[in-house]
Design a protein around this ligand. Structure first.
Ligand code: NDP
Length: 287
């Protein structure tokens, strides 16, 4: 008879606000499927308490943690190591352990890239990309696209400082050609664009009728149009792009793949990706 083990392994997410973070749904579905006695905890951590929270994580011997708003940048100073791409982005969304050492990485951009390659069957090498937005998701996605060999990345953003900073970072730290274009009025997508990505929060539940201010008739037939918004997966932005004849990719794949990378870093096992995606679709009430 094997010795009983009543101890659960702990992972989770630190954020504020954090109530609406759906990650628990897909990670716990994955743990159940693989018969792992692991728990994913959704934990409210106020901005001033992050240092103590990371100490707590060490004290509880937790296996790792996700970081969401507003902790992704701040957390870097409390970790033992940060992977080079997360250092480049200046943001960490996943922490895992190697023994007692806490290592920070960023799986958001990799999740997007995996979804682009596997779900949309698009190779980013040599492509011209337009990114709407310059926040955390834009940083992660553009750095990974640049490292994957994209030809040109144009950043369109409302606030010039964030947009310029991101384009400068891409030019300075990667080989990609990159420009910032101010978002003044309705933006026309340049005809050489292969991939268009919305990384703004426009269209996120409950503001599902909103869409980014671009000329939808400038979207080229046959181009690929992606949204990072996971809920609802079918945004107005994607619907408009479809009616222009573009191929579309929703934000659910990115969410699942970034979580699957974290799952593997934590448990050492391959994530049951279709189970995770199904669990989220059921939660969001979509097919
Ligand atoms: P940030 O707050 O870091 O960035 C938000 C971006 O959206 C900024 O560029 C901001 O522009 C822009 N923006 C917001 N509102 C408007 C508006 N009304 N008009 C023009 N621009 C606007 O957020 P994140 O990058 O962390 O997240 C953005 C979205 O990505 C969220 O909806 C989130 O749910 C989603 N996401 C999805 C993931 C997935 O796995 N599918 C993973 C991570 C995020 P400005 O700089 O001018 O303020």
């Amino acid at each position: 008879l094997s010795k009983p083990n009543y101890k659960a392994e702990l992972v989770g997410v630190f954020g504020h606000p954090v109530e609406e973070n759906p990650t628990i749904i897909m990670q716990e579905a994955a743990f159940r499927t693989l018969n792992l006695n692991w728990r994913y905890l959704t934990i409210e951590v106020y901005p001033d308490d992050l240092k103590d929270a990371i100490q707590g994580l060490r004290a509880f011997n937790m296996q790792g943690i996700n970081l969401t708003i507003p902790h992704k940048v701040e957390v870097l100073k409390y970790l033992d190591e940060v992977t080079p791409d997360a250092q480049l982005m200046g943001a960490v969304n996943t922490v895992y352990r190697e023994g007692k050492r806490l290592i920070g990485t960023n799986t958001d951009g990799k999740g997007f890239l995996t979804s682009l390659i596997h779900d949309a069957k698009v190779d980013p090498r040599g492509k011209n990309v337009v990114i709407l937005g310059a926040g955390g998701a834009a940083r992660a996605i553009s750095v990974e696209l640049a490292l994957a060999g994209t030809n040109k990345i144009t950043i369109i953003n409302r606030s010039p400082s964030r947009g310029e900073e991101l384009a400068n970072l891409l030019r300075a730290k990667t080989k990609v050609e990159s420009y910032y274009v101010p978002w003044n009025g309705t933006y026309r997508i340049p005809p050489e664009t292969d991939i268009l990505v919305n990384t703004t929060s426009i269209g996120l539940f409950p503001y599902t009728e909103q869409k980014p201010d671009i000329s939808y008739d400038s979207i080229l037939k046959g181009s690929i149009v992606c949204d990072v918004i996971p809920n609802p997966p079918q945004t107005q932005f994607l619907k408009e792009a479809q009616s222009q004849g573009a191929k579309t990719l929703d934000g659910l794949g990115m969410l699942v793949y970034q979580g699957a990378i974290g799952f593997k870093l934590w448990t050492g096992k391959d994530a049951p990706i279709s189970i995770m995606k199904q669990a989220l679709k059921k939660e969001f009430g979509v097919e």
